[in-house]
Design a protein around this ligand. Structure first.
Ligand code: FPP
Length: 224
C-alpha cells in the first residue's frame, strides 16, 4: 500500500454549483468553504501531513471585482474565526503564492502563518495569487541572484514548496481535465484524479474513495 503524505486539490466548480442551486456564484464559494472544512477533518483522520488547496490563481484576477472581493471577505472571516481552532488542533497554515493583497489581508495571512508556524499535525498550504510558471521563473531568478548552480535541488529550494514533499495525489473537481498552472514542477510523479462532482458537492466519502484507489496503485516512478 502506498504511503500518503500530501494531497493537493484544485477546488473547481463553485461558480457552477452556486448558479445551479442558489442562483449566485458567490454562494457557491461560500458552500465551497464548507467542503474545505470537511476535507481538512478527513485529512487529519487519514493522517495526511500536507494538504495544498488552490484557492486563488494569478489568473483569477480577471474575474469580476464583486466576486474577487467576496472571495477575500470570505477568506478574511474564515481566518478570523478559525485560526485559533486550527492552532489548537496543531494545524499549520502556509500561504503559497505572492502576498500582494490589501494590507489587512496581508497582515492577517502573516499573523496566521506566524501563529501556527510550529504546528505539526497537518500543514495546509493555501495557494493564493499562485501561478506555477511564475513560481518557477522566480526560482531561477533567485538561483541567478545567489550565483547558485542550476540543479533540480536548487530549483526546488526556491519554490514556495521548498521542504514540502511532492503531492502523492492531485484531485481536480468540477469535471474539467486540466491543470490550470498549478504545481507544474511538483506533480511530475503525482497520481491525478479528475472528479466529475463540483467542489461544493464533493464530500468525505468521495475523498476516501480516491485515497483507497491511490493506496492500491502500483507507483513505479519510471522503474518497472
Ligand atoms: C473555483 O471554482 C474556485 C475558486 C476560484 C475559489 C476557491 C475558493 C473556495 C473553495 C472558497 C474558499 C475561499 C477562499 C479564498 C479560501 P470556480 O469559481 O472556477 O467554478 P466554476 O468553474 O464553476 O466557475
Amino acid at each position: 500500500m502506498n504511503p500518503l503524505k500530501h494531497v493537493a486539490i484544485i477546488m473547481d466548480g463553485n461558480g457552477r454549483w452556486g448558479l445551479k442551486y442558489k442562483k449566485s456564484r458567490n454562494e457557491g464559494h461560500r458552500a465551497g468553504l464548507k467542503t474545505i472544512e470537511k476535507i481538512i477533518k478527513e485529512s487529519i483522520k487519514n493522517k495526511i501531513k500536507f494538504l495544498t488547496l488552490y484557492a486563488f490563481s494569478t489568473e483569477n484576477w480577471k474575474r469580476p471585482k464583486n466576486e474577487i472581493s467576496f472571495l477575500f471577505k470570505l477568506l478574511e472571516n474564515f481566518l478570523q474565526n478559525k485560526i485559533n481552532e486550527f492552532h489548537k488542533q496543531d494545524i499549520k497554515l502556509k500561504i503559497i503564492g505572492k502576498k500582494n493583497f490589501s494590507k489587512k489581508i496581508n497582515n492577517l495571512l502573516i499573523f496566521s502563518e506566524k501563529k501556527t508556524f510550529k504546528n505539526k499535525k497537518l500543514q495546509i498550504n493555501l495557494a493564493l495569487n499562485y501561478g506555477s510558471k511564475s513560481e518557477i521563473v522566480n526560482s531561477f531568478k533567485l538561483i541567478k541572484k545567489n550565483k547558485d548552480k542550476i540543479s533540480e535541488k536548487k530549483i526546488e529550494k526556491y519554490l514556495h514548496t521548498a521542504n514540502i514533499p511532492d503531492p502523492d495525489i492531485l484531485i481536480r473537481t468540477g469535471n474539467t481535465n486540466r491543470l490550470s498552472n498549478f504545481l507544474l514542477w511538483q506533480i511530475a510523479y503525482t497520481e491525478i484524479f479528475f472528479e466529475r462532482k463540483l467542489w461544493p458537492a464533493f464530500n468525505e466519502s468521495d475523498f476516501r474513495k480516491i485515497i483507497k484507489k491511490y493506496k492500491n496503485i502500483k507507483r513505479n516512478f519510471g522503474s518497472i
